[in-house]
Write a protein that binds this ligand. Structure first.
Ligand SMILES: [Zn+2]
Length: 345
């Protein structure tokens, strides 16, 4: 795995609707690793191996991240915001942030006080970002309404191959699908292999709709993060016994295709790789749900990366799990044949 490129992605801002800088980096990176690399009107980057093959398998990892968007500027020059995606509002006060403006990144501090810290009902509209502006006029020289905002955090290496950083959800997934595709090419996969770094997953799911509608795959796999129960995680009853560092997570639910899941399990067995299992109800809350309902309908599965503290300033995941997901998905690409029968009986 190209750790340097992964870290470069994790340092790049890509709030939902504003993914172009990150997508361009993926577009450039994939030029010599795929047979074809395309970008669509939304900015989805889709790389392909064997693009003329009629049987197609599409992997999708979303390139966008959650964040804030500037909605107004106070007379004192402070920025008011709304949320983009599922944020924890109480994680912002006292934190450094980056504002992605047309003139480049500027920095801010989110106002905090005893009253704010005690307010567990804090709403995004209660947040104020101090950029050091003298007044509204001064702030508007730099900032435009609609500019996006993220935590000003960086990727860090922790113990035991763990990393922390902002929005590993789901830039890890976007990285994994591209590395798996590159490996499938090296290993001579025979079917049409596609990897899409999708836009908009955290807000509208529009990227996955555009990508899957255009590729028209026979099989789709969403690669995203999932909650763990190993460290201040959510209840084991909700998510199953899932831990960081213990391998890719496969999901059993009513919409995930059992034969695709079985093939993924067979690939893991072949690689002697441990996989974890989670169970969920009808929807997965990922690009998988969207791709599933494109065209004439697309059988799909979900491969998840275990992640602690999802949607917080510092999420924690494992590079070992990232590599295992790459290996599993490359093996899946290579295992697919054009005569696969996906009917249950
Ligand atoms: Zn995600």
């Amino acid at each position: 795995m190209n750790k340097e490129f992964l870290f470069e992605l994790l340092r790049t801002g890509s709030v939902s609707g504003n993914e172009a800088e990150l997508e361009k980096k993926i577009y450039d990176y994939m030029q010599d690793k795929a047979d074809q690399v395309t970008v669509d009107e939304l900015g989805n980057v889709t790389a392909a191996v064997n693009p003329s093959a009629p049987f197609k398998v599409l992997l999708a990892g979303h390139a966008d991240e959650i964040g804030l968007m500037v909605t107004a500027v106070g007379s004192d020059g402070s920025l008011m915001v709304t949320k983009i995606g599922g944020i924890y509002t109480t994680a912002y006060p006292g934190h450094k942030v980056r504002i992605y403006t047309k003139k480049g990144v500027i920095y801010g501090a989110v106002a905090n006080s005893r009253e704010i810290a005690r307010n567990s009902e804090l709403k995004p509209s209660d947040l104020r970002i101090d950029i050091g502006a003298r007044d509204r006029e001064d702030a508007l020289k730099y900032v435009e309404l609609g500019d996006t905002v993220t935590f000003d955090t960086d990727v860090r290496e922790l113990l035991n191959d763990c990393i922390s950083g902002r929005a590993l959800d789901d830039r890890l997934g976007a990285f994994i699908v591209m590395e798996a595709l590159a490996e499938a090419k090296r290993r001579g996969a025979s079917v049409g292999c596609y990897a899409a770094a999708t836009t908009g997953e955290e807000t509208t799911g529009n990227g996955a709709y555009f990508a899957a509608s255009r590729v028209r795959p026979q099989i789709a796999i969403a690669v995203d993060v999932t909650y763990t129960s190993d460290n201040c995680g959510i209840s084991e009853a909700l998510t199953g016994d899932i831990a960081v560092g213990k391998g890719p997570v496969l999901c059993n639910n009513p919409s995930i295709h059992k034969k695709v899941n079985e093939r993924l399990r067979a690939c893991a067995r072949k690689l002697d790789m441990a996989v974890q299992t989670e169970a969920a109800n009808g929807r997965t809350g990922t690009d998988g749900d969207t791709m599933h309902l494109t065209g004439v309908g697309v059988p799909f599965a979900l491969v998840s990366i275990p992640l602690r503290y999802m949607h917080n300033p510092d999420e924690v995941g494992s590079l070992r799990d990232v590599q295992a997901c790459i290996d599993l998905l490359a093996e899946f690409f290579v295992s697919c044949t054009a005569d696969m029968d996906l009917k249950p009986f």
